[in-house]
Each structure stands twice: as C-alpha cells, then as structure tokens.
Design a protein. Sequence first.
Length: 80
Amino acid sequence: MKIVWNDEGFERLRQDPGIQKDMVRRGAAVAAAAGEGYELREPTEFPNRDRVAIVTATNQARADNAKNMTLVKSLGAGAS
C-alpha cells in the first residue's frame, strides 16, 4: 500500500480561520497555565508558518522553565 499525501489539503486546513482560532485558544490556555512571564505568539507573527508558540518573555520565566520544565508541564492545558 502506498500513501499519497494531499499537501494542498493540509495547507488549506492549516490556513483555515477556524483551525487558526483553535490553535490560538489552545496556545493561550498553555501560556496561562504556565503563568507569569510566558507569552503566546500568534500565527500572524510567523509569515508562511501556521503555528503558535509559547515563549519565555522574562528572565524569571526562562529560569523557571529551565529548572521546572514549566512549559512541558503546561502542555496538557491545551488539550481540551
């Protein structure tokens, strides 16, 4: 069996406003669960990349994340 990927279909899905809205909602939940100093970067900040990112925006958040793996532990908040 050979699988043929529909790259154009994947691209349309990633750019769909509903999908992008859901990515932002989930990313915001992860950033909120991580706490102060963690920020959401929305799809509009990444030209040609359909993604969100949660980043450490302060030195305190960087240290916290390095010591406690806060972002990894907060990922579950974006699951629902």
